[in-house]
Design a protein around this ligand. Structure first.
Ligand code: COA
Ligand code: MG
Length: 290
């Protein structure tokens, strides 16, 4: 599965923003056909995004398309008018049932064979952003082979349950915790919601740090200036890597000597601590640092 630390949204009808997004070194871009696009612009957004897939060199950046909700009037055209230009994956908004994921997956098997793409090669990410999405997480998380990650959408979720957003986010803590828990239970990535305050770099960093600590593997971005701070939080420092290596080496030595738990620098170390160190090493490897 590819690394998705920051995923930058851009309106699918903005050629300028898509072109800019292609040159930022971001792990993924998401060309949006849903709520970032006015109703009158939906056809233009499909065309502009498809043309961008054909014409723009995105380097190593993954090219994702967010379609409209499965069941809406728009999503079939979104798929039909972009598939032949082979996006790297699709993002499904407002997912509330396993069926919605499976409908797109089935459609893609057919489209892959018609276009000569390998079967099952186009992955899906599902946004959980309604109360029903949260209560159906178990079914959604295990709905389909193509599904690689769950994305938490806090703004829509708060709107759906009639909550008011606060900087601390207590009103969305249950849903945010549920999304990462179900994602991890089924081997999926967990990607956190957007941070709306474009000029609040310290706030973005604090929030990203917090959701990393919760187990999230990536975060949505909405402006180029959010990309580097997010990717930095998900990239371990040289100190983090050295500490993780030391723990794993000490653990291996104790295992060889037949000892499970031991102490290092006045702290008890056993398997959960080692798993956390292995997570740091996996992040380092993903960022090409180890
Ligand atoms: N992706 C790529 N490029 C972007 C961008 C984005 N999300 N947001 C801004 N840029 C570009 C601008 O085009 C501009 O480029 P330029 O200097 O080459 O002209 C530069 O970055 C600076 O942009 P700025 O003037 O600060 O922002 P703006 O007023 O043009 O746009 C928003 C502000 C919020 C409208 C814009 O950031 C945006 O569209 N974000 C994504 C919205 C979205 O997709 N929502 C749906 C999902 S929540
Ligand atoms: Mg939304």
């Amino acid at each position: 599965m590819r690394v998705r630390r920051a995923l930058l949204f851009m309106p699918g009808d903005s050629r300028a923003k898509i072109a800019k997004g292609a040159g930022l070194g971001v792990d993924s871009v998401i060309m949006d056909l849903e709520d970032g696009v006015a109703y009158s612009q939906k056809p233009a957004a499909r065309e502009t995004s498809a043309a961008a897939l054909r014409e723009i060199d995105f380097g190593r950046t993954e090219r994702l398309i967010r379609i409209n909700p499965v069941g809406s009037d728009f999503y079939t055209d979104d798929l039909m008018l972009t598939i032949s230009d082979r996006p790297d994956g699709y993002v499904l908004p407002k997912v509330e049932s396993s069926t919605q994921v499976q409908i797109v997956s089935e459609w893609l098997y057919q489209a892959e064979s018609e276009n000569g793409f390998p079967q099952g090669s186009i992955p899906l990410l599902a946004i959980i952003e309604t109360a029903r999405g949260v209560i159906n997480l178990r079914d959604i998380a295990r709905s389909d082979q193509r599904l690689q990650g769950l994305i938490f959408g806090a703004e829509d979720f708060a709107g759906d349950i009639g909550a008011m957003r606060t900087p601390e986010g207590a009103e969305v803590l249950y849903a945010r915790s549920a999304v990462v828990t179900y994602a991890k239970a089924y081997g999926l990535q967990a990607i956190d919601t957007v941070y709306l305050m474009l000029d609040d770099a310290p706030g973005l960093q604090t929030e990203t740090r917090r959701i990393l600590e919760m187990g999230y593997t990536g975060k949505l971005a909405i402006h180029p200036k959010q990309v580097a701070p997010i990717q930095a939080v998900f990239t371990p420092t040289a100190n983090d890597i050295a500490a993780a290596r030391r723990l794993i080496e000490a653990h291996d030595a104790h295992q060889k000597a037949g000892k499970g738990a031991f102490q290092l620098d006045g702290k008890m170390v056993d398997m959960p601590i080692i798993r956390a160190a292995q997570t740091v090493m996996a992040r380092a490897q993903a960022a090409g640092l180890a």
